[in-house]
Ligand binder design. Structure first.
Ligand SMILES: Cc1cc2nc3c(=O)[nH]c(=O)nc-3n(C[C@H](O)[C@H](O)[C@H](O)COP(=O)(O)OP(=O)(O)OC[C@H]3O[C@@H](n4cnc5c(N)ncnc54)[C@H](O)[C@@H]3O)c2cc1C
Length: 461
């Protein structure tokens, strides 16, 4: 024990010779906040140190040091991840990018040059100041960083029409495990030279390199939205309506909450949601003014014909935002019911009804509470399994439900994660999803870029 701590002290002294005192954190009280992301994994380790990098050079030095000493590195953005990708490992270096906040907009090329610590909402605001829009909008857009969004290929509410983070990444600066810096892609809308390494790093969850700058595509400002909110008496009526809406229209948002989620949000906000509804849909259209009201009418009509008990339509942005906020609050609202196992399974839209019904059946069979929210228009659901960690039997049933849902999604041609990433929590399911050959191919690429395996070991691949 004495020898171990002496070695740790020696390593910390070496780091202190390079990094300023406010960049390097070794004090255990201050290190604590960097041990977990929002998955709150109780098995999180204790880092050797946290480096709050201010530059690409700081990241390079950390990776050279880690490679030299064979120390694991856990890259960290804002720590809002839900799959344990930023969970610390004993003796690791946590490289936090939170202080890298550089941001510049080129209005002519319609691109933004963004350092990884910029929060998604900060980028949206900077783009808006130039009359432009950065569409990717995870529900966590006010608390998650661009680096984390790129590393998880974050999705969100408007991605059914506008795509995920990866669709906006034109170029990246990445520090590799060796400390070498590479620039892939660039501020060009078309680029057919070489393998698409930019795309390889998107969604790589910090296991291939650390992103220190992203060149992101911006688009013209979004047209004003029209909104429909509809309550349904059964889950199947709601999912049938989703299918019909996607068949007939092109909404910019199609969100779903089941009764457990509705009631949790209502407990938190008291905004007057219908507690008796089996499901609530929030649907928006941002078609140009000439066709927006037509699309809104079509959507409202589909809901009515589909048996909705209440259909509310508005063009008032503030009124609409209240429902969107309600949907975004679903995770924190359900968190108030107990600890959560948070799923992120997605299926082809034609299988959404079967998945949603199946999750309800699993909740009954395992006698656990499951709230289901979904970016329903793209088939990406978040069953939130509520459990009491002090009750072993309940925790076992929750884990069983987690596995049952994953199996169900796979049987429907679905994915184990639509947007949160594999992290550490879903890693055991990766072979079942990818198949052994493709999983091995993932590992071949990982080993080629990080032969000593120092980057985020145990996560993603
Ligand atoms: C209430 C709530 C709602 C959410 N809603 C959504 C949603 O709608 N859609 C969605 O996609 N996600 C959602 N999330 C999950 C989370 O916000 C996203 O995964 C987000 O992209 C993580 O960003 P972060 O900066 O917090 O990254 P972190 O949690 O710090 O890290 C996430 C992963 O990225 C890696 N990483 C971070 N920065 C870098 C970097 N610069 N270079 C290399 N690797 C890096 C980490 O090692 C880790 O593996 C939600 C989370 C919460 C708490």
């Amino acid at each position: 024990m004495g020898r171990v701590s002496t070695e740790a002290e020696h390593l910390r002294r070496e780091l202190a010779a390079y990094y300023a005192a406010d960049v390097l954190i070794v004090d255990q009280d201050r290190v604590e906040k960097y041990r977990r992301d929002r998955a709150e994994d109780p098995r999180a380790g204790v880092p050797l140190a946290v480096i709050r990098a201010e530059s690409t050079e700081h990241v390079q030095a950390a990776l050279r040091f880690a490679t030299l000493h064979g120390i694991p590195v856990v890259p960290r953005g804002a720590g809002s991840g839900l799959s344990g990708g930023a969970t610390a490992i004993d003796g690791c270096l946590v490289v936090s990018l939170e202080r890298m906040k550089g941001l510049a907009v080129d209005k002519v090329a319609r691109v933004a040059y963004v350092e990884p610590g910029v929060i998604n909402s900060e980028l949206k605001a900077a783009a808006a100041a130039h009359g432009l829009w950065y569409p990717p909008d995870p529900s966590s857009f006010e608390i998650s960083s661009i680096g984390g969004n790129v590393a998880t290929n974050a999705g969100g509410l408007c991605c059914l029409k506008y795509g995920t983070t990866g669709d906006y990444v034109l170029g990246l600066t990445v520090v590799l495990a060796s400390g070498a810096v590479v620039e892939v892609g660039g501020p060009r809308l078309k680029d057919a030279a070489g393998l698409n390494l930019t795309r390889l790093f998107v969604g790589s969850e910090g296991v291939l390199g650390i992103v220190t700058r992203a060149i992101l595509r911006l688009v013209p400002r979004q047209d004003p939205v029209t909104t429909v909110v509809a309550s349904f008496p059964t889950l199947i009526a709601a999912t049938d309506a989703v299918a019909e809406i996607m068949k007939q229209t092109r909404p910019s948002m199609l969100e779903f909450m089941d009764r457990v989620a509705i009631n949790a949000v209502e407990d938190m906000t008291g905004m007057g949601l219908d507690r008796t509804a089996a499901a609530l849909l929030v649907i928006q259209s941002d078609e140009p003014a000439s066709s927006s009201s037509v699309e809104q009418r079509t959507i409202a009509n589909i809901c009515q014909v589909g048996g909705a008990t209440e259909v509310f339509a508005t063009t008032d942005a503030e009124e609409a935002e209240a429902f969107v906020v309600a949907r975004r609050l679903a995770v924190p609202a359900v968190e108030r019911l107990g600890s959560l196992l948070l799923e992120d399974v997605g299926v082809p839209l034609s299988a959404l009804g079967t998945l949603v019904d199946g999750v309800a059946a699993i909740a009954d069979a395992q006698a656990v509470t499951i709230a289901l929210i979904a970016h329903a228009g793209d088939g990406n659901t978040h069953p939130l399994i509520v459990f009491d960690p002090a009750d072993n039997d309940c925790a076992d049933r929750a884990r069983q439900a987690f596995d049952d849902i994953m199996r169900l999604a796979l049987s429907l041609g679905g994915t184990i994660t639509g947007e949160h990433g594999v992290g550490r929590l879903k890693q055991p399911w990766l072979t079942a999803y990818l198949g052994p050959e493709v999983h091995e191919l993932n590992r071949v690429l990982k080993n080629a870029l990080d032969p000593r395996g120092i980057l985020n070991p145990g996560a993603a691949v």
